[in-house]
Design a protein around this ligand. Structure first.
Ligand code: GLC
Length: 748
């Protein structure tokens, strides 16, 4: 029986029960036996919630606050209130697992479309694409009858070693704030709640359950909270996931400051706080610390789960006991219940939600488009790319050209209906009569199994590393172009949950392969498949470099579209590629320590390009950098006025022209410098961006309206945002290091 039928029967039974209640003095539920307002969708949501609350017994109230299985919580069957089903993850709908295990349930109808990882989405710098992403993944969640999508993630990229950066939206709070909102709004139009994670300060995987994040108020408010604040106040997120780490010595899944004071107090969040799986550690704290829905207790969030008897959860029997003996207040309980009921009414019990769809042509097209718009052309000297139509022999080298990347990486691992590899995409794109040869080049991670999902690939290899390089170079000698596809993968200590990388370097001695190929053939394009920055000691020996991210089901096609010029690349880096690890703030100050249970955010607000520019360090590739197969010129910036009052606005604009021979998209970026401030501020900060399409020769005027809020900084003395008068500069450019025009203005 599908969940829908169950739901219908439950509602029917609820109506009968409600009727019986009206007729009899059944002692089952509390006194309220009037008309079942909570079932009437025409009534205001809050009225329905109060009505349902008034009918629930103490036991029923507690029961809906914690898991009943690995990914579901109980409803109130007596009242026809359905259970709530959650699913990972941010890139696609996780295959069904057994009731109380992480292992696969072995369904045959739960394969999905894997959309590109969120770093790729962030790299599109397109709110329109973010909306397409949310719509598509929301439809897949709906079709699979899931009520809460455990994503998107927006933890700021503080260190290039964080194993989960691939699931997030980069180093800049403004970019992440803008890119997360459409995703949430479109997911929720399907009657599926987004569960924005991991709130907050989960910026590393090392000791993720134990480290206490020590961060000053200004850094917290300027860097680590904005994307979550936008998710709540602009995105209208219906749920938020508490993170594993601690803040001020308290686990964040039950944290007075982050959950009660900021999220629910200051920001007015009316949804439910869901713990990360195994993030709840204390009954008393869970009760008063702002947690509403407890999941995965006694698990490590990935594997162990044997002792997860649900009555032994902190918000289960332990809570009932405290309610009965008066240690816990019913008022706090009712607030939690209201939030969970609101979540259920918005999702599981919403009767006019769409049917959804799974693995539809539209979703594959969406996955491909997200990849097309997110792939970043980092370097393209001698116009190595796009592949010339005259090419007769294409050599593809590297394990990442064939290795499935939708399996692995932790909770975002998927069971896809299909995944087009880079090699398959390149073969499909190469014309008739073009020979595409493949060489392994190196051996990386030959496993192909995660949580019971197997790739079925046999990546075994008998040749030695030296032989692999020799064979690749032999084929490279007479190739018209060599495409090396390497980077990272989803294995532990690569781009993977629950572990960080050990260094910035490419693993598996890929540098040697790249250098050898560069020696043999200058027509070499290096494609990096990763969710993180990597070191490139060979950067001056390679003419073309592409960051392809994890592209999901359509990764090979999306990449080939760009390599063959069917799509003109328009992606821009959502985080800095430092030349060396020490060029990153947290590492320069030795503030990142994977062995310490205290994470000192000593670099403060100077994260990513904010650090590089403060120190005058030239990055390998800058935040906001991304090339095109065409060129764009910018006219001088101009501002209508040279000053603005404290409550005024100022418009700055420029005209962008496509001076090349092919159509393309450019992300025009606005950065603001505060030239006079009582506190040190970054050299400049991203405060606007617009992605525009231009035909060859076409020009478009791009303008940005600067408002006072954009100019404020967080003053810890005030515990609030402050605008100081004085001189500012608006910079408009193609990246944080490629400013094309600037204009000074004054705040009076
Ligand atoms: C994991 C992750 C979280 C995921 C949850 C359920 O440990 O931290 O992102 O949604 O548990 O799998």
């Amino acid at each position: 029986m599908s969940r829908k039928t169950t739901l219908f029967h439950a509602c029917l039974c609820a109506c009968l029960c409600a009727g019986l209640l009206a007729a009899s003095s059944c002692s089952q539920g509390p006194q309220n036996s009037g008309k079942a307002i909570y079932l009437d969708e025409s009534k205001p949501l809050e009225e329905r919630i109060e009505d349902a609350l008034s009918r629930m017994t103490l036991e029923e109230k507690v029961k809906i606050l914690h898991a009943q299985s690995k990914f579901s919580s109980a409803g109130v069957p007596r009242l026809g209130i359905p259970e709530l089903w959650c699913t990972d993850g941010p890139h696609g709908i996780r295959p069904e697992v057994l009731w109380d295990e992480w292992e696969q349930a072995g369904w045959t109808n739960d394969s999905c479309v894997a959309f590109p990882a969120l770093t790729c989405l962030a790299a599109t710098w397109s709110e329109e694409v973010s909306a397409l992403y949310g719509k598509s993944i929301g439809e897949e969640a709906r079709y699979r009858e899931k009520d809460v999508l455990l994503g998107p993630g927006v933890n700021i990229y503080r260190t290039p070693l964080n194993g989960r950066n691939f699931e997030y939206m980069g180093e800049d709070p403004y970019l992440a704030s803008k890119m997360v909102v459409p995703y949430i709004q479109e997911v929720q139009k399907n009657g599926v709640a987004a569960c924005v994670k991991h709130y907050a300060l989960n910026n590393q995987e090392a000791l993720r359950h134990e480290y206490d994040a020590v961060v000053d108020d200004r850094t917290l408010n300027e860097i680590y909270l904005p994307a979550f604040k936008a998710a709540v106040q602009e995105g209208g997120a219906w749920s938020i996931m508490g993170s594993y780490n601690l803040y001020k010595g308290q686990h964040v899944c039950h944290n007075q400051w982050l959950l009660n004071d900021i999220l629910k107090g200051e920001w007015g969040f009316d949804g439910a706080v869901i713990s990360d799986w195994g993030g709840c550690h204390d009954s008393d704290e869970a009760i008063v610390g702002g947690l509403d829905l407890e999941f995965g207790t006694w698990t490590d969030g990935l594997t162990m789960g044997a002792t997860s008897g649900y009555d032994s959860y902190h918000l289960a029997d332990a809570y009932l006991e405290r309610l009965r003996d008066g240690r816990a207040s019913e008022e706090v309980l009712n607030d939690k219940v209201r939030r969970v009921l609101r979540l259920i009414f918005r999702t599981a019990m919403c009767q006019d939600k769409p049917f959804g769809s799974l693995c539809s042509p539209e979703h594959y097209a969406a996955a491909r488009r997200i990849g097309n718009e997110g792939i970043v052309l980092l370097k393209n000297d001698c116009s190595v790319l796009p592949v010339k139509a005259s090419a007769k022999k294409i050599l593809v080298v590297g394990e990442n050209a064939i290795k499935m990347m939708t399996v692995g990486g932790g909770s975002s691992s998927l069971k896809v209906q299909r995944e087009v590899s880079p090699l398959e995409g390149i073969k499909a794109a190469a014309g008739e009569g073009v020979e595409v040869v493949y060489e392994r080049g190196y051996v990386g991670d030959v496993s192909g199994d995660y949580n019971g999902v197997v790739t079925g690939q046999d990546l075994s290899e008998k040749r030695s590393a030296g032989k692999l390089i020799a064979d690749a170079c032999a084929q490279a000698a007479d190739a018209d172009i060599v495409i090396f596809v390497g980077g990272l993968n989803k294995a532990s200590h690569q781009d993977c949950e629950d572990s960080d990388r050990f260094g910035l370097e490419l693993p598996y001695a890929q540098d040697a392969v790249i250098e050898a190929l560069a020696e043999v053939n200058p027509n070499l394009a290096v494609v990096i498949v990763s969710g993180n920055a990597v070191a490139m000691p060979w950067v001056n020996k390679v003419n073309a470099i592409v960051e392809a991210w994890y592209g999901g089901s359509e990764s090979g096609n999306a990449l080939a579209d760009v390599l063959f010029g069917k799509v003109n690349p328009s992606g821009k880096l959502p985080f800095t590629f430092p030349a060396r690890l020490e060029d990153n703030g947290a590492h320069a100050l030795k503030a990142y320590d994977p062995h310490s249970r205290t994470a000192n955010y000593s670099e403060g607000i100077f994260v990513g390009y904010r650090w590089a520019q403060k120190q005058g360090i030239k990055p390998l590739f800058a935040f906001g950098h991304g090339l095109s197969y065409t060129e764009f010129s910018y006219s001088d910036a101009c501002a209508k006025r040279k000053s603005m009052s404290e409550n005024g606005k100022l418009t700055v604009k420029t005209t962008v022209t496509n001076t090349g021979s092919v159509a393309g998209k450019e992300v025009v970026q606005l950065y603001i410098s505060d030239r006079e401030c009582s506190l040190e501020r970054p050299v400049m900060e991203l405060k606007g961006f617009k992605k525009i399409y231009l035909e060859p020769g076409q020009s478009k005027e791009v303008s940005f309206v600067i408002e006072p809020d954009m100019l404020k900084f967080y003053d810890p003395q005030l515990s609030g945002w402050k605008l100081e008068k004085g001189l500012f500069t608006a910079h408009i450019g193609s990246s944080s290091e490629d400013i094309r025009c600037s204009v000074n203005f004054e705040v009076k």
